[in-house]
Design a protein around this ligand. Sequence first.
Ligand SMILES: Cc1cc2nc3c(=O)[nH]c(=O)nc-3n(C[C@H](O)[C@H](O)[C@H](O)COP(=O)(O)OP(=O)(O)OC[C@H]3O[C@@H](n4cnc5c(N)ncnc54)[C@H](O)[C@@H]3O)c2cc1C
Length: 507
Amino acid sequence: MSGGPGPIRSIVIAGGGTAGWMAASALSLAMGASGCTITLVESEEIGTVGVGEATIPPLQLFNGLLGIDEDEFVRATGGTFKLGIEFVDWTRRGHRYFHPFGRYGDDFGMTPFHQQWLRCRAAGDEIPLSAFSLTEQAAMAGKFDRPGAASPGVFSTFSYAYHFDAMLYARFLRNYAEAKGVRRVEGKIADVGINGESGLIERLTLDDGREVAGELFIDCTGFRGLLIGQALGEPYEDWSRWLPCNRALAMPSERLADLPPYTRSTARSAGWQWRIPLQHRTGNGHVYCSEFISDDEAARVLVEDVGTAATGEPRPLRFTTGRRRNFWAGNCVSLGLASGFLEPLESTSIHLIQSGLTKLLAWFPDRGFDPGVRSEYNRQVAAEYESVRDFLVLHYNRVERDDSEFWRMCRAIEIPETLAAKIDAFERTGRLLDRGKDLFEVTSWLAVLLGQGVTPRGYDPMTLAVPEGDARRVLAAMRKVIGDTVGQMPSQAAFIDRHCRMPGGSA
Ligand SMILES: Cc1cc2nc3c(=O)[nH]c(=O)nc-3n(C[C@H](O)[C@H](O)[C@H](O)COP(=O)(O)OP(=O)(O)OC[C@H]3O[C@@H](n4cnc5c(N)ncnc54)[C@H](O)[C@@H]3O)c2cc1C
């Protein structure tokens, strides 16, 4: 051991929503036999936000790292498998496109697959890029299987995430973390004690006078940001000039019989509506901008179009898209809604919790709380927030819709320079700028750029290294393998029934 300030001996997590219990699970595993104690304080009376049911593929890694058995997790959370997102009426009414999680085709050596596709398209081919996505074709056929079960070659292009019940996921992780020694304290935090000299948080005082002291504090108190915002005064950067939706209504309805393996996002006159299929119910919600539609009208739009019988009332949520200026201040790291909020269009919030935790573990402090460590953490998290923000703005800004005030305003948004540069490079060359910080990779950007009607004028000249006839033959062979593979996959409902049906969940 060095003669430095010494390792952290106690961690206090404030808040027990998805963020709090993800943090408790990951930290309890990571701290291992170090002797560091972990305490989580939460208040049942305050409760959690209770939404957040669609994810992106990296969650597989998080669960895998914790050693969680996938079938057990899906069963316990009423989960289903998610192959991507179907966007309906976004570009224009009557139009749809799909953002699949797996790759399109297979690269031609150093040349990305989509470049050969662009080249063949320029020569007159009319086959859409979606025909080369095993993930999308399986999604549209309602099929699911785990990669590796059949035809391993083409399955290397396949990827998936999950839909789950947020309350059940938090409960699942709570069992995990408590079994690893995390102490849970039920109570309402009434005061945050800060050392006047160091500016570091020393303790939380509960409304009944109990105190919870610690050395490192994780703020998972949700939109309140009790520690990072209210106690430490870290400002919140408002991004609503780029992403103006600020309210949502969430409402459950009965289960969809065929369990489609994807989220559906349908554009509405002042926002959009989600549909998330779970084993025991369907999650629905309407995200909207209150400047352009009343709450009553927004509720009417949601209730009218959920597809299955409602099983609850619309529940209102309010938010401001944006982020903390610093996610980590002093000895307090904020995660989840306390650290910022990017609306759920691409299901990124839970991922940002995971990614914040991964970065915290990579830059874990000692009791000296080196400012350099903190600033590197803040820089990396800010870059990730910005890349997600750009991806979301693309959906709103590049539309043909001008049938409502809301969409006309979205078309006129002055987009971030980073996004403008990306669109410009893609339109000119078919290439995607990646400055090494993008959460979403080539497939995702391709799907959404093309889906939103951004069409490249050129393609990579290196494609010409392959004779055109050969390229065409490879493309045709890929389509056939994809078609054959989808044909052999079971439906998602049959897969779940066989492997991970929740107790009481109907097939
Ligand atoms: C409309 C909407 C849709 C969303 N959809 C998705 C999605 O599809 N995919 C996705 O990844 N994310 C989604 N999210 C985001 C996701 O819900 C959150 O990232 C996730 O639930 C984490 O929330 P949290 O744990 O930070 O906060 P919360 O769930 O609000 O938890 C806060 C915790 O802090 C505790 N607390 C607060 N104050 C006190 C106090 N004074 N004393 C003691 N305890 C206190 C509460 O009791 C609670 O336990 C969505 C969010 C919204 C608003």
